[in-house]
Design a protein around this ligand. Structure first.
Ligand code: GDP
Length: 298
């Protein structure tokens, strides 16, 4: 998911580690290259700038250039700083607040971002890994095909879906899901809201109404990781309007530039909880800053 960035950085660091002694200028030049590599990966400019500044300060502060293995020291500092920018608060990767049954999870995002697929993936994970009883409901009253898609996924993964009733509003469906989840003894109910091709007022108002009707424990924004900085802008907008608790970045199996993963936390303050790595129902991973930092550095 970070092939290009990873390649660029290992080029820079290979040169550094082979060099033996390092001057401050060598470090500066290397960090300039790191900055360009980050920007090419579509990391947002302030994030790239702050990142390089933090590394620069630590590299000089620790008298790296005088150490025995200066190149490796710089790599270590970069690793730690990557982890830092990805991490934020120290919550457990993939942890969701779903203790009070039935816990509502609201799935939001633009159409085509992978929302319905991710709803299925997450329901499967909660069922199989966490032993939860999950009910899924589609609130996409505009696209009967989307409702059908969730029902088909449910059958495929063995997770219950709320029966489809024609003519209900999104809020009515949400309330019915809550009722059925309570009566049926479910631990979690997931609401797959309708997406639009772009953010619009009607979409946001509808999601707000649903949010107010069920008071979700988690509101997860699903965004296409291939869209780089746009993904971060979408997250800011959804967060401003409805408040999100976390992000799922999809299509991280593609040859995207990975920048969204690096900027998301720093720009929005919201954690990436999971990444989607394919179309299959088990292609979902928790987002682990340490491992991701390792992956970026190759
Ligand atoms: P929605 O409109 O947001 O509900 O989007 P869908 O869930 O219908 O997904 C749109 C397309 O993206 C489908 O073909 C999915 O199989 C595909 N998709 C979703 N997540 C991923 C992912 O992580 N990787 C890849 N390669 N494809 C994905």
């Amino acid at each position: 998911m970070f092939e290009n960035l990873s390649e660029r950085l290992s080029g820079v660091f290979d040169r550094l580690t082979k060099q033996g002694a390092l001057s401050e200028d060598d470090v500066k030049t290397a960090l300039r290259e790191v900055r360009v590599a980050l920007l090419e990966a579509d990391v947002s400019l302030p994030v790239a700038r702050d990142f390089v500044k933090a590394v620069q300060e630590k590299a000089t502060g620790q008298a790296v250039t005088k150490s025995v293995t200066p190149g490796q020291q710089v790599v270590k500092i970069v690793h730690d700083e990557l982890q830092n920018v990805l991490e934020g608060d120290n919550e457990e990767p993939g942890e969701l607040r779903i203790d009070n049954a039935p816990a509502p999870i609201l799935m939001v995002g633009l159409q085509g971002s992978g929302k319905t697929t991710t709803t299925g993936k997450l329901a499967k994970r909660l069922t199989e890994k966490n032993g939860k009883r999950v009910l899924m409901a589609s609130l996409d009253i505009y696209r009967p095909a989307a409702m059908q898609q969730l029902a088909v996924l449910g059958t495929q993964i063995g997770v219950d879906t709320l029966p489809i009733v024609a003519g209900e509003s999104a809020v009515q469906i949400a309330k019915r899901a809550k009722q059925q989840a309570t009566l049926g003894g479910y631990d979690v109910y997931m609401l797959d809201t309708a997406g639009r091709l772009q953010i619009d007022e009607t979409l946001m108002q509808e999601v707000e109404d649903v949010r107010d009707a069920v008071n979700p424990r988690e509101t997860l924004l699903v965004v296409d990781g291939l869209t780089g900085q746009v993904a971060v802008e979408v997250a800011e907008e959804f967060d401003g309007k409805i408040g999100i608790s976390g992000v799922v970045l999809t299509r991280m199996d593609g040859d995207g530039r990975g920048g969204a993963a690096l900027s998301m936390r720093a720009v929005t303050g919201k954690p990436i909880k999971f990444v989607g790595l394919g179309e299959k129902m088990d292609a979902l991973e928790t987002f682990e800053p340490d491992r991701i930092a390792g992956r970026i550095l190759g």
